[in-house]
Design a protein around this ligand. Structure first.
Ligand SMILES: [Zn+2]
Length: 323
């Protein structure tokens, strides 16, 4: 299985299709991430930026952006190396996000968050075979799970490494009839033409955006009318005064309920908030922090909003709906 890019379109091919040299099963139209120009035969017709495909990964990050993110990538990968022990088996990746033995509390809550995302957000809203952008896909476990659920995911990330980045998705390729596309790209300059996706998900990723509003605008642009933009598994702090920082990655901007709400107003979208049930340990941890007068731990609600079709007014609502 591999991903191909030709005539400005991305496509996944199944093993059977490749063997038979048949037609593609999923097509995504590209645009130049540098200048927004049309892409033909993997090359921008305006600025000549060439989008390469290497070992199945589409490289849509211009060299100047590679240089811009070099320090972030280096720092993130250093932290990941310090916190994990390579190499890992297919089973490790296939079990995500439901690791049971030796898994951290983070992964336990990720499993519950994913269940909420799949059953309470995606299933009621999207058709089977929906195209879904997985923005900040990391090792692509979410794309794998989305593919198993009958969707057509497209994984986007800056990281390339074989443990936490796009190369790690190779652990999944023998377990899917069709392998999903993987694109190295900047979430603030997505290399896709407008309106192609049913949904775009930032799962544990939007806190690393250079500019959260720009990233959300890009996701909305790539979604079709009434498409869903979703923020999930992301720490939402009760107050900007809460100064506890993540220890699992480089410094990230603080997102609060208030800041997400303000973003919704600026983007003219109406968030629906879904609260996953994280269990009694989670509740006790929060109560303990309150009793000790410690900073309240962040929450991990799921925010979902529909793209408002042009010419139909805004989706501004007076308050967020909590489900
Ligand atoms: Zn260009």
């Amino acid at each position: 299985m591999r991903t191909t890019a030709s005539s400005g379109k991305l496509a996944t091919k199944s093993r059977e299709e490749i063997n038979a040299s048949g037609s593609v099963s999923l097509e995504i139209e590209l645009k130049c991430p540098r200048c927004g120009g049309a892409v033909q035969h993997q090359t921008c017709s305006d600025c000549a930026f060439h989008i390469r495909t290497v070992q199945g990964i589409v490289h849509a990050l211009p060299p100047e952006r590679v240089a811009y993110y070099a320090r972030f990538v280096e720092e993130y990968e250093r932290i990941c190396r310090e916190q994990s022990s390579p190499p890992r088996s297919d089973k490790y990746y296939l079990d995500l996000p439901y690791r049971s033995s030796g898994s951290s509390a983070d992964w336990a809550s990720r499993g519950r968050s994913f269940d909420c995302l799949l059953w309470r957000v995606l299933k009621p809203a999207l058709p089977r075979n929906a195209r879904i952008l997985d923005i900040g896909a990391g090792n692509c476990w979410l794309s794998y799970r989305l593919a198993l659920a009958g969707y057509n995911p497209c994984a986007v990330d800056l990281l390339m490494n074989d443990q936490h980045g796009l190369k790690a998705a190779e652990h999944y390729q023998n377990y899917l009839p069709e392998f999903f596309p993987r694109i190295r790209a900047d979430m603030g300059q997505l290399p896709f033409r407008d309106g192609q996706f049913h949904a775009a998900i930032f799962n544990a990723s939007i806190q690393y955006a250079d500019d959260v509003e720009v990233a959300l605008r890009e996701a909305l642009r790539c979604c079709m009318a009434s498409g869903l933009v979703i923020i999930s598994d992301t720490p939402i702090h009760p107050s900007a005064k809460n100064t506890r920082r993540s220890t699992t990655g480089p410094p990230a901007p603080f997102l609060t309920d208030e800041s997400i709400n303000k973003l919704g107003l600026r983007l003219k979208i109406c968030w629906t908030v879904h609260s996953a049930q994280f269990g009694s340990k989670w509740t006790l941890r929060r109560m303990y922090a309150m009793l000790r007068n410690r900073p309240e731990p962040p929450e991990f609600p799921i925010y979902a909003a529909r793209k408002v079709p042009q010419g139909t007014g805004s989706g501004i609502c007076k308050g967020m709906t909590i489900r």
